[in-house]
Write a protein that binds this ligand. Structure first.
Ligand code: FE2
Ligand code: FE2
Length: 471
């Protein structure tokens, strides 16, 4: 892309056409981004026409424009929620002071770190999902996968805009490195561990968008409270797109459950495999896996970093408005820890427990989804129920990482863990079974046999629409 970046090319509400410095920075970065997309984006569909939503403004009515687009030509835009001149810092030691429009020198490094860590997850998830298009259960699902992928690309743009605009040279270097790291690469992996596993089947994908994108929702929500106003305004708009990703995950898992329930009714519990479905106990193990991987992303239960982020105003709680008190001094949170082979509860100063506060908000949200999914089982006339694992189960970060717990949260020894983990986490055989069902269904209106059809189409379109036109 040479010369002037037009607003037509990059939809934005940051007055890009009058900011020559930023234009130049994005001019340098954009070709590398497109190269990265062609290399690491969805494999095999770069020339297909896909019915995609593009963000074209931030207005609640009609911010999204739908049309057939080739993914490398997607118009990745830059949108911030409009500035509220009156906005003040909502929590921590600076509560009530005006929010910051530039980065205070003393917080520059940690703020950059926070932004880079969030930014890194966006391209990482595209890399993790890049082979899924080959096995989509329907054109509707294929289109949703690509919608999620291009929007994760836009989220990367959103974070790169902040790096280029507010962090000078180090920001530019970080923006380049975001395109250099690779999910799962031994020498140059993505920053957070949950973003280094390839997503090898569609049940993993639906669980990822349900549980890991939902971590993203809560992280973005905490940053939407930030005293650094451009970050708060950026993440607020990202959340509107994130809602669709969560919808894809939530309804995706629900449709698998619905289909499994139908097959259980027709063929009995043991007949699900023969009928080409995914047994309910495999779905449960996938849920246990993805909840445990996703809650690791909130960080340690007791964290001085989390306390600092809250004190300085960088990162708040989920919907800080719903609390009456915003300093969190003199309060505490009970947290379980293992002392001499027993689980005991100890009070931790609330600021140090901020990761746990956010994790709890997330788990409450997940519990609601569980209720919805169990209603699907109930409506099918089944007494089986799915459940969340205890927060201590299968953790790799924080107080519980050194110990083993069963999904009910009971402390168990290594031998018990090894003997029983196959009951709780997907085994290689489980994954092989699910993978064996992953045959693409690309005929408009048709859906694979292991998943129920969606309730309705995209943007009011019929289910039979040709959501993807292959080139
Ligand atoms: Fe995202
Ligand atoms: Fe997402």
């Amino acid at each position: 892309m040479a010369g002037n970046i037009s607003d037509e090319r990059i939809p934005n509400n940051v007055d890009l056409s009058s900011d020559r410095r930023l234009q130049r920075a994005l001019c340098d970065w954009q070709p590398s981004f497109v190269d990265w997309w062609k290399d690491m984006g969805p494999e095999g569909f770069q020339t297909s026409d896909i019915y995609l939503r593009t963000a074209v403004s931030v207005h609640a009515s009609g911010w999204a424009h739908y049309d057939y687009v080739r993914m490398p030509e997607y118009r990745w835009g830059i949108f911030l929620q409009p500035q509220d001149e009156q906005r003040t810092i909502g929590f921590g030691d600076h509560q009530g002071e005006p929010v910051w429009q530039t980065v205070p020198g003393e917080y520059r490094n940690i703020l950059r770190r926070i932004i880079v860590t969030q930014a890194d997850t966006e391209p990482a998830s595209v890399e993790q999902q890049r082979l899924l298009g080959k096995t989509a259960p329907s054109l509707y699902d294929l289109r949703n996968l690509f919608q999620v992928n291009v929007e994760e690309g836009r989220h990367l743009w959103a974070m790169v805009y902040l790096l280029h605009s507010y962090f000078g040279r180090d920001g530019r270097e970080e923006a380049e490195e975001l395109l250099d790291r690779r999910s799962g690469d031994k020498d140059h992996p993505r920053i957070l561990q949950a973003f280094n596993y390839p997503i090898t089947d569609w049940l993993h994908f639906f669980c990822f968008t349900m549980f890991t994108d939902r971590d993203g929702k809560y992280q973005l929500g905490a940053l939407a409270e930030s005293a650094f106003d451009p970050l708060a305004r950026t993440t607020r708009f990202m959340l509107t797109e994130e809602a669709h990703h969560l919808f894809v995950g939530d309804t995706g898992v629900d449709r698998v459950i619905q289909r499994t329930a139908e097959l259980m009714r027709e063929h009995g519990d043991d007949g699900v495999r023969a009928a080409g479905g995914i047994p309910l106990d495999i779905i449960q193990r996938y849920i246990f896996l993805w909840v445990s991987l996703s809650i690791d992303l909130f960080g340690g239960e007791v964290s001085s970093n989390a306390a600092d982020y809250f004190a300085t105003g960088l990162k708040g709680r989920w919907k800080e408005d719903r609390y009456e008190e915003h300093t969190c001094l003199g309060e505490s949170l009970p947290i379980e820890r293992v002392v001499e082979g027993r689980v005991v509860t100890e009070d931790v100063p609330l600021r140090n427990a901020m990761n746990e506060v956010l994790r709890q908000a997330y788990l409450d949200d997940c519990a609601k989804a569980m209720t919805r999914w169990n209603r699907t089982l109930e409506q099918a006339g089944l007494s089986d129920r799915l459940r969340l694992p205890d927060r201590k189960f299968h953790r790799h970060i924080g107080l519980y990482a050194e110990h083993h717990f069963d999904p009910e949260g009971r402390l168990i020894d290594e031998a018990t863990w090894e003997a029983r983990r196959g009951e709780w986490l997907p085994s290689p055989e489980d994954e092989a079974w699910v993978r064996s069902l992953m045959q693409p269904v690309y005929e408009p209106g048709k859906v694979a046999g292991w998943i129920a059809p969606p309730r309705k189409g995209i943007n009011g379109q019929p289910l039979e629409m040709e959501y993807v036109r292959f080139a």
